[in-house]
Design a binder for this molecule. Structure first.
Ligand code: SF4
Length: 412
């Protein structure tokens, strides 16, 4: 590896990290450095949030410790056989970069991942050393998200949880067959074992915190995972089912979906074309349906077509509603919360406001319009004071086109 300066390493290792989608910083404990103690804050005050051209959050310093790797996962640009320029940060370099970016208010924290160097344990030790030094040597109170190596010693993964806000352990592919074909050196059982261990440690720490306020925190923003979409043959129905199982078994905060991007010198086992970015977006919407709108995974899967894919031209909630016309229209003045949440276009906030308002008076269509962004989409699905739609049909206005202009801003 030729000698590179920090700027060159940053260019290589930030670029190499962009394939990881799981960089959101939501849901952690509040900490700040007001009062002159420590440095950094997990809250957004004064911190610049930005989005990369591909729409991913870059308000964290998102880098790899190294893009060298002893594994050869087919879908990964950093795999052993890939012909990319390699770089490696020292622990101290990552610590100093994070502090420098933080002081300049460029970032609200660090997202650190790594290729596997020497061994899983050695790599994990280095990752933990960065977080430990930031927290203990520099009293860093910003957000830290560490990507762990499932094969590493469980004690090292536990130490990562001691210092990090969020831990992620990637399942990588939606199916066991996909993992075996595209990441043969990874072991699905070990990945799930690491997630199970992390779930137990997070729950134990929460219990201890409930009993003793001074009990040490452990990954307060929980654990997440990422699935690559479109690199194997798994359809959306299978991905939805897998995500639901992961949420149930490992109490994940988030499952991230990352549309597979073709990489230079791609392996011949990979598809030549990337899946539409809209597919990733539809999967996030289906995820939202399960987590916030009370849909069961089988119901979400019901929104898929005969090939098991979510439609791209309409969102999955609308697709589900069109398949279940007998459920509509829903009376906004009488229906229970769970039915209101099924109305296409009506979100959790609007439903809460409807429920609060209807205690005092009967709501008209105009009232609903004031509580929501757009009434056009939901009109055929609801009854309000003075409004009853005619029978639902496949009228053109139900198939509201997605905002492709906006998505194209992020394309290529
Ligand atoms: S282990 Fe991680 S970095 Fe290494 S090739 Fe596989 S996905 Fe890429």
């Amino acid at each position: 590896m030729s000698r590179l300066d920090t700027r060159e390493k940053l260019a290589i290792l930030a670029d190499a990290a962009k394939y990881d989608a799981s960089c959101a910083s939501s849901g952690t404990a509040k900490r700040d450095s007001r009062g002159g103690k420590g440095i950094g804050s997990t809250e957004g005050m004064g911190i610049c949030h930005a989005y990369a051209p591909d729409g991913r959050c870059i308000s964290l310093l998102k880098i790899l410790l190294t893009n060298s790797c002893i594994f050869d996962c087919h879908y990964c640009i950093n795999r052993k056989s890939s012909n990319v320029r390699r770089a490696r940060f020292t622990v101290e370099e990552v610590v100093q970069l994070t502090l420098a970016f933080y002081r300049r208010n460029y970032i609200e924290g660090l997202f650190l991942s790594s290729g596997i160097i020497r061994s899983s344990d050695y790599t994990m030790e280095q990752i933990v050393a960065v977080a430990r030094s930031l927290r203990e040597d520099h009293d860093f109170r910003g957000y830290i998200h560490l990507k762990t190596i499932p094969d590493a010693d469980p004690e090292l993964i536990r130490q990562a949880g001691v210092h990090a806000d969020r831990i992620s352990i990637n399942v990588e592919l939606p199916t066991a067959g996909g993992l075996k074909a595209l990441a043969p050196e990874k072991n699905g059982a070990r990945i799930e074992g690491a997630m199970k261990g992390m779930k137990g440690a997070i729950e134990d720490a929460r219990d201890a915190k409930r009993k003793y306020r001074s009990a040490p925190g452990f990954a307060p923003a929980g654990q997440s995972t990422q699935m690559i979409v479109g690199a194997d043959a798994a359809d959306d129905g299978a991905i939805i089912q897998r995500a639901s199982t992961l949420y149930d078994r490992f109490a994940l905060r988030r499952v991230y979906y990352s549309a597979f991007s073709p990489i230079p010198d791609a392996s011949h086992v990979l598809p030549l074309k990337r899946p539409p970015l809209l597919r990733e977006h539809r999967l996030y919407q289906s995820d939202w349906m399960m987590r916030f709108y009370g849909f069961k995974p089988t119901e979400v899967a019901d929104a898929t077509d005969t090939n098991g894919m979510l439609p791209l031209d309409i969102d999955p909630k609308l697709a589900w509603a069109l398949k279940h016309r007998e459920t509509f229209p829903v009376d906004v003045n009488r229906a229970p919360r769970e039915m209101l949440l099924r109305i296409p276009g009506l979100g959790v906030k609007a439903v809460n406001r409807i429920i609060a308002s209807r205690r005092w008076r009967r709501l008209t269509l105009d009232d609903i319009a004031r509580l929501t962004v757009s009434i056009a989409k939901m009109r055929p699905f609801l009854i309000a004071e003075g409004w009853r739609p005619t029978a639902l049909s496949d009228r053109a206005e139900l198939h509201l086109r997605p905002k492709t202009e906006q998505l194209e801003l992020f394309a290529g």
